[in-house]
Design a protein around this ligand. Structure first.
Ligand code: GLY
Length: 342
């Protein structure tokens, strides 16, 4: 098992290891002696909820659960308010805890409910997808969506503990696992030549525990330097400006991970001296590097992105594998960048 300590506005551990799902009760009991509400979704609940609730009860905690439909629509104001009502009905207090058991959607929704109920109660993140293990469960971003766009309402609320059990990845559909691989490759392209070489050499047979831990360490380093996303943390958005545009143009039929892969490929072709290597690893993981949407369509969709500020937007530029920088461009330049990397 590996442990990564995050010293942000809250200090907490991210534990990564096989069998950690069995220890949720004893680990949570170190944080609270009261109640735990486990939030899950209809795909994850049948697989892991009985084990997690059983472990909490065995540790002497009062445990109950709430489930939401699987997928992005659960990050809605309606499900959020439902969750708040459940927390209130069960009379959870600031000495109790929300447990987010699932992928990025459950983590964001349950995390935001925990961030705002009683002005903030503890949340334990138990990510069950690769994407959530290497990215969304760590660093405290929580959010729900509005009809106007994704993640438009949210809060920074660091978890009190994160437990990543790579065994949970064995039940993940191949396609969802691939989505997580796009975020792992993104992390390597941004920060870590050795990690990139490991992914190139081992492809999908990479050492899961070691790779998750390495990605969490990189995320920890960035979050500790820029918790509130005013500078360096924006590096984590590599491939996301164009990626969000691909998602949007496809009516969200293209998954986040695959859209980020396309976005990373376009930014690599536009800027990186190592573009060929990056494209070849993305392809080796079965990820797309091209899109049928035109540069004009992508630029127009990207320009309605909430991360744009006024007439400029910040792009993440992959220079070499392991080295990237932020570049402010005017909105008018975006089309040229996309054309250059198309
Ligand atoms: N997922 C990007 C971030 O946490 O900043």
């Amino acid at each position: 098992m590996k442990t990564v300590r995050v010293n942000a506005s809250r200090s907490y551990e991210v534990k990564i290891g096989s069998g950690l799902l069995e220890t949720v009760g004893s680990e949570t009991a170190k944080l609270t002696a009261g109640q735990a509400l486990v939030v899950s979704d209809e795909n994850v609940a049948p697989l892991y909820l009985p084990k997690v609730v059983g472990s909490l009860r065995q540790a002497g905690l009062t445990a109950s659960s709430a489930s939401v439909p699987a997928g992005e629509p659960a990050k809605s104001p309606e499900y959020y308010v439902n969750l708040l009502n459940i927390l209130a009905a069960k009379r959870l207090t600031r000495s109790d805890a929300v447990i987010a058991l699932g992928g990025g959607v459950v983590g964001d929704l349950a995390g935001f409910a925990a961030a705002t109920y009683l002005r903030g109660i503890p949340v334990v993140q138990i990510p069950t997808t690769l994407l959530a293990m290497v990215d969304s469960s760590v660093g405290g971003k929580t959010a729900i969506d509005l009809p106007a766009g994704k993640n438009l309402v949210g809060a920074f609320h660091q978890p009190s503990l994160v437990l990543c059990d790579p065994d949970a990845l064995s039940t993940l559909p191949e396609d969802v696992l691939r989505d997580g691989c796009a975020e792992v490759i993104k992390t390597a392209v941004l920060f870590d030549r050795d990690l990139f070489d490991h992914l190139r050499d081992r492809s999908t047979g990479f050492d899961r525990e070691a790779v998750i831990a390495r990605c969490v360490e990189h995320k920890r380093d960035v979050v500790c330097r820029d918790e509130f996303d005013t500078g360096e943390r924006q590096l984590l958005n590599l491939g996301h400006t164009v990626g969000h545009a691909v998602e949007k143009c496809s009516g969200y039929a293209v998954s986040h991970g695959k859209a980020v892969a396309v976005g990373t490929a376009i930014m690599a072709r536009a800027f990186s001296k190592d573009a060929d290597e990056i494209l070849s690893v993305l392809r080796a993981f079965g990820l797309p590097t091209e899109t049928a949407f035109s540069p004009e369509e992508l630029a127009s969709a990207a320009l309605s992105d909430k991360k744009r500020s006024g007439d400029t937007l910040t792009l993440v530029v992959p220079e070499r594998i392991g080295r990237a920088s932020l570049k402010k461009i005017t909105v008018g330049d975006l089309l040229d960048v996309i054309r250059a990397g198309y």
